[in-house]
Design a protein around this ligand. Structure first.
Ligand code: NAP
Ligand code: MG
Length: 478
């Protein structure tokens, strides 16, 4: 196949202001951790340490919770319009600093700069804009129901969309009159800490937003703390179950956004070339580190050969490498640990008898990389078609009838998202009713919007983020 030789198109990182060491953001100030411990956050594409980040211990968590509880008294009494002004200000400042945020996101997490620039950061700003607009209209969102804030929300987020997940959590909580303590993931704390600087600069009252860093232990301490009235968690199903237990024993409200194993369903009347792009976007976007990734592809038998040939051809054009290059399609795997998980599944897939395909792409020597991968000859019972891999790995199966594909698609413990590709509106409606998934895309995939609710069924969790539904998660009613 003829090779494209694109010139390098590196994004300039010189304008980015990063500190060597980050403290905890508590009560409006950056303060040293009681633990006196710091950990390194690493660039997964170069394996170089970027900065030292404070590790919050029990005492630090306690301080952050107390700051949030203290700040709640005046913040919850502020009018919705006043709260909205602060949230709008945060949204505008994210927009103003969007280039800096995008570069930091790619350096810290390994995602292609094109994605952080065009998707993560604009969507994060859009979430703050959207919820700022609701702050003074809660009575209209829930007429006759007297919406009231909950109190303090403890919020824990993963590493795949760091700033965006922070926005999903913080924006609706503030709009509803709550205060928050947020913990970003250990491998990607930097954009949340940059957001802390924005929040400080925006003049948000002290303690309304507290951002503390640390590993799983810090998260567990947040959940076990008596102050928070609400736990909001996005992450793995395994940890989600622990968070749920803590919520039950502490009598706290809880929302869980957990893992997924989405079915992407291709009928023989689908527009094939557009569908190929959709499949690629569904599984290889953000290295497949996407809870709603289309990781199980179901292709109607009559178009299977055609889809496979075209898909492989398209996979050969994907550029894997430097996340800071604007041509890059697939960046670095977020951490060594995650790369180990993915590689383990590649072995499992082979051992289960599936056939692996990877294009012969050049990859940098240093850093964590995985080429786009697909498996054929996959059985419904194979672990690669049942378990979440959270990497650029697609498992392909075929089907003959709509009933068969509904059964196969629903045969999973997860229920977060799905996709359907067809020319027929009637098939779309039939599937959207029959598939047990929180979000179903038709003739597209991985599209996000602040006005649209997102969340799962079954082991993918419960509660919705985004849209009016996302307000409900941060309110109580008489
Ligand atoms: P994870 O291991 O569950 O971690 C998520 C967050 O929880 C991190 O901040 C983590 O801290 C923290 N944590 C770890 N152990 C904890 C404990 N015992 N108590 C409280 N918090 C704890 O998940 P991940 O590997 O970062 O993220 C990948 C998972 O997230 C995938 O399963 C993916 O599907 C899911 N996800 C779901 C959605 C959705 O909306 N449904 C969106 C994105 C991702 P450390 O990072 O420091 O360990
Ligand atoms: Mg990092």
């Amino acid at each position: 196949m003829e090779e494209w030789n694109l010139s390098l198109a590196p994004e300039n990182a010189a304008h980015v202001q990063l500190k060597k060491k980050y403290e905890l953001f508590i009560n409006g100030e950056f303060q040293k951790p009681f633990s006196n411990k710091y950990f390194e956050t690493v660039n997964p594409a170069t394996e170089q340490a970027i900065a030292l980040v404070a590790e919050a211990n029990e005492k630090d968590v306690d301080q952050a919770m107390k700051a949030a509880a203290e700040a709640y008294k005046p913040w919850s009494k502020l009018s919705g319009a006043e709260r909205g002004k602060y949230i709008y200000r945060i949204a505008r400042m994210i927009q103003e600093k969007s280039r800096e945020f995008a570069v930091i996101e790619s350096l810290d997490g390994g995602k292609p700069i094109r994605e952080s620039r065009d998707i993560d950061i604009p969507l994060a700003a859009a979430h703050f804009f959207y919820y700022a607009g609701w702050a003074d209209k809660l009575e209209y969102a829930f007429p006759m129901r007297k919406p009231q804030s909950l109190g303090v929300a403890a919020q824990i987020i993963p590493w795949n969309f760091p700033l965006l997940m922070a926005a999903w959590k913080i924006a609706p909580a503030l709009a509803c009159g709550n205060t928050v303590v947020l913990k970003p993931a250990e491998t990607t704390p930097l954009t949340a800490l940059k957001l802390a600087e924005v929040i400080q600069e925006a003049g948000l009252p002290q303690g309304v937003v507290n951002i503390i860093t640390g590993a799983g232990k810090t998260g567990a301490e947040m959940c076990a703390h008596p102050i928070p009235n609400k736990l909001a968690f996005t992450g793995s199903t395994e940890v989600g179950k622990l968070v749920y237990k803590a919520a039950l024993s502490g009598n706290k409200k809880v929302t869980l956004e957990l893992g997924g194993k989405a079915a992407d369903i291709i009928f023989d009347d689908a527009p094939i070339d557009a569908t190929i792009e959709g499949i690629i976007n569904g599984i290889y976007f953000n290295q497949g580190h996407v809870c709603c990734a289309g990781s199980r592809l179901f292709v109607q038998e009559t178009v299977y050969e055609e889809i496979l040939v075209k898909l492989k051809k398209r996979m050969n054009t994907l550029i894997v490498g430097d996340p800071m290059d604007k041509n890059t399609d697939i960046g670095a795997i977020n951490s060594k640990e995650q790369l180990d998980v993915i590689n383990r599944y590649l072995k499992i897939g082979r051992a289960e008898g599936a056939e692996i395909y990877q294009p012969n792409c050049k990859m940098p020597e240093l850093g964590n990389w995985c080429p786009p991968t697909l498996f054929t000859n996959v059985a419904q019972s194979n672990r690669i078609s049942q378990e979440e891999i959270f990497g650029p790995v697609l498992a392909i199966q075929t089907f003959r009838t709509i009933e068969e594909v509904i059964d196969k698609a629903n045969n999973t413990p997860f229920g977060l998202s799905a996709g359907v590709w067809t020319d027929k509106g009637s098939k779309i409606f039939q599937l959207t009713k029959a598939l047990k998934a929180g979000v179903i895309w038709a003739n597209t995939f991985n599209k996000f919007d602040p006005t649209s609710p997102f969340g799962g069924y079954k082991e993918s969790g419960f509660g919705r983020e985004g849209g009016v539904h996302g307000l409900d998660a941060y309110l109580k009613f008489d």
